[in-house]
Write a protein that binds this ligand. Structure first.
Ligand SMILES: [Zn+2]
Ligand SMILES: [Zn+2]
Length: 183
């Protein structure tokens, strides 16, 4: 069994994850892009039972980016981190945290319909406009600062429950956003 560790930039917060992993994907939704400060975010999906914190979990900071969905980060260095609480059968961890080779490669793009206009996807992986087929994601409202509300495209998309990828029994990991007042 492959066990890999993940750590934030400053090293205060760390965890371990046992393989084999379920999937690896790139999410292009607007909220992941902002949270990670990048063209897209890459996550590894694994059974929740394969994950354990090693240090620093009590110091995790979080931001509720949409109802019921917290984005966690290290308050000292700002690195994005896995969710602090159990959210279902599957856990998603930011691939950029991982040390060493997780022995899995990206398998798909999700929310490709929301990708940054300046970014071109150049690989041959499947591209899903929003969530992969078979995932009934709830519609959720993306938080929008009032001053910029009118400039946000209605088609912007966000991730919602990080609970389900690879398990048909639970809701999907993502949701399509609707923007209040942007009709
Ligand atoms: Zn840190
Ligand atoms: Zn996302």
């Amino acid at each position: 069994m492959t066990t890999i560790t993940g750590r934030c930039l400053c090293g205060d917060i760390g965890y371990a994850l046992d393989g084999p992993f379920l999937s690896m994907l790139h999410c292009h939704c607007s909220m992941c892009r902002k949270h990670h400060g990048s063209a897209f975010q890459t996550e590894v999906a694994a059974p929740a039972s394969a994950f354990r914190w090693q240090q620093g979990v009590d110091g995790l900071a979080s931001y509720t980016s949409s109802p019921g969905f917290e984005r966690t980060f290290c308050p000292r260095c700002g690195s994005t981190m896995p969710p602090s609480e159990e959210g279902g059968d599957v856990i998603f961890v930011p691939a950029g945290n991982l040390e060493g080779d997780p022995q899995i490669a990206p398998r798909m793009h999700i929310f490709a319909g929301s990708k940054a206009p300046w970014h071109t996807i150049t690989d041959d992986l499947p591209q899903h406009e929003t969530c992969p087929p078979g995932y009934d994601a709830p519609r959720i409202d993306r938080p929008v600062p009032p001053a910029t509300r009118q400039q946000i495209p209605v088609a912007a998309a966000v991730c919602a429950e990080p609970s389900a990828f690879g398990s048909a029994a639970v809701p999907g990991p993502c949701a399509t956003a609707t923007v209040p007042g942007a009709a």
